[in-house]
Design a protein around this ligand. Sequence first.
Ligand SMILES: Nc1nc2c(c(=O)[nH]1)N[C@H]1C(S)=C(S)[C@@H](COP(=O)(O)OP(=O)(O)OC[C@H]3O[C@@H](n4cnc5c(N)ncnc54)[C@H](O)[C@@H]3O)O[C@H]1N2
Ligand code: MOO
Length: 390
Amino acid sequence: MITVEQALAELFALVTPMQIEEIPLRAASGRVLARDVVAQRSQPPFAASSMDGYALRRAEVEPDAMFKVVGEAAAGHRYNGTLRAGQAVRIFTGAPVPDGADFVVIQEDVTRRGDLITLGHRIGEKDNIRPAGGDFTTGQTVSAPLRLRPADIALLAAMNVPIVPVFRKPVVAIIATGDELVQPGEMPGPDQIIASNTYGLAAQLDALGADARLMPIARDTTASLLRAFELAQGADMIITIGGASVGDHDLVAPVAAQLGMSQSFYKVAMRPGKPLMAGKLGGSIMVGLPGNPVSALVCGVVFVAPMLRAMLGLGQAAAPRRSVPLAVDMPANGPREHYMRASLVQGRVIPATQQDSSLLTVLAGANALLVRAADEPALNAGSMVEVIDL
Ligand SMILES: Nc1nc2c(c(=O)[nH]1)N[C@H]1C(S)=C(S)[C@@H](COP(=O)(O)OP(=O)(O)OC[C@H]3O[C@@H](n4cnc5c(N)ncnc54)[C@H](O)[C@@H]3O)O[C@H]1N2
Ligand code: MOO
């Protein structure tokens, strides 16, 4: 059995970054920017008032000074003249500051009668002017790769970039296997259960930027599995769930081999997730996940998510971990790296008491995986351990 680290290296070796596609900005949230983009304009494009008030000359500002209001500048409508000594222009937030003005007095500090204003006594140093290009200037870049968050979308819009180059979404075909499975909403027979992993995994992968597609459930026959693989053809990644172990009905490895899969590895020294396999099948990456629900979803976090990030040009890195103190004492770990369902409470981590890999309630109640190294000795409460946030 190989280690988690070795398995991840083998998986990264299967990965190539996705092609680039150009999409409308409105559709780009959560996508990964694939090429640097350049601001098409400066923001603000002119010196702009940051307040509602009066534009005038700083040199003329003093308590009780009087000015004649000669015009108005509003957002979208500049004052076309040049401001002269003793003059003020009524100005509103976002409006271009008139030529000749270099100061905006807020209206609260002014008394107005007809066309005349008188300044008050408490005017500060702040000019209330946003300089041209104060946010960004023409030619400034937003660097790729970058997972686009709402603020990035707003920035690209302000830069007048309506079409964005992003990495194409990896298409991931997910195949559930097993005679015992029916889809949610169907009527299970007495020996059947509902396929759940596929739904959880698809949700996990969609959230990372994949286009996850659920294939029909493959039954425990060679013909049915072959048919499922056929339907999955053309996907960037094919993930099977279940049928990965050593039982008589575990057909994924033999059927994939029959289809010409070149296997990178089978079995990883981890808990849960041991019977993991991966390789290349035609043009697709093939990953065989174990059937136990928690095993499949933990493998999703530990292996599939980093692969997807790499496919989306975000680099080859393991799932991010951080160190936190243990809330309780823990016995020594066994020979497999253990990804324990756990809860972070007030900055300390508590492993769930039940760690069986079939327990979805425990996984759903967890907010972290507590990672224990293979053969790690017993630890006392307060020891620092590593967690992966869920
Ligand atoms: N003799 C041995 N038996 C087992 C070993 C072993 O080393 N020697 N490994 C165990 C481990 S660890 C795991 S994990 C499981 C993995 O088995 P498979 O990948 O072959 O999965 P199945 O047997 O098909 O299913 C296991 C379990 O999960 C349920 N399942 C499967 N698919 C789904 C799904 N889409 N949604 C919900 N539940 C699913 C299935 O009904 C089984 O209960 O093997 C151990 N055995
Ligand atoms: O490794 Mo299995 O993945 O214990 O549940």
